[in-house]
Design a protein around this ligand. Sequence first.
Ligand code: ASP
Length: 340
Amino acid sequence: MARRNTAFWLLGVAGLLAAAGPGMSAERRMISIAIHGGAGSMNAGQLGADGGAEYRAGLAEALDAGYAVLEAGGSSLDAVATAVRLLEDNPLFNAGRGAVLTHEGEAELDASIMDGRHLRAGAVAGIRHIRNPIDLARRVMEASPHVMLFGSGAEEFAIEQGFSLVPNSWFQTPLRREQLDRVLSGRAQPRNELQGLGTVGAVAIDRNGNLAAATSTGGMTGKRWGRVGDSPIIGAGTYANNASCAVSATGHGEYFIRSVVAYDICALVEYRGWSLERAVREVIHRKLEERGGDGGVIAIDRAGGVVMEFNSDGMFRAMRDSRGRRSIAILREPPDYDRD
Ligand code: ASP
């Protein structure tokens, strides 16, 4: 009898340990999220006397919403989708509502998402009537046998999946129209004014150590002929792999596609064993810069370390982690972990 009790007791303890084990280690694991709202030419004057307070508020809202998902034990996929969706709905950024306009004066949206755990990915391009392209990209990943859908076909799939359509005018804002006029009349270059920037993205790691990345954009002002940039291209604008890192990019898309930026960074981490920071610096400051490409990335490694780096004047960016760090920045400024 005594022996049987001991055996039950041992089984009970083993059961408790088995149940608590993964949970306990997950509790200790770092969670972190980083987001961006575009990189390019910008200066303090363009940001105004308040230093771009509206942009900072938009970043803060998306950052904290994404972080709250992680903190509640949610997945990195849910966290990046949540953050990107809010940035898409914010007309200040070049994604979803407030996206830059094509040569014909319409919005054409691109987005992608990647799950670093299973290397699943979904992407859409040339979207004109779906309010949150990031949600459609995720649906492509989860409910279709494909990775990327384009234009009217993608919207046909969206309708089958129960998405509702919005008129293209829903995305268009007066600011973007004025900016398109300036670009078409030769008074401005697409990437040379603040209003031309604003692609959005997010990377995150959750309590289970799973990495995810997401990116969404209206592309470049005045684009024609169905031009698609790097943002929906897996490996160029977006990449996540639990074996190395998660990356979301922003910048002159043609250069990012040719340099396969997001994958190149993760490949340096995985195959060379480089730190994320070294890999990002190599790709953004050496390779891209030598080739003439401007822009930057946000990235997270397997340990939850965040890198936010750019070779342009500035990048709207923010990060938060479970070590209590929280930073929001636009130009080259020291991290303000304690300020926000
Ligand atoms: N990478 C985007 C594109 O080329 C634009 C940007 O990030 O500003 O479409």
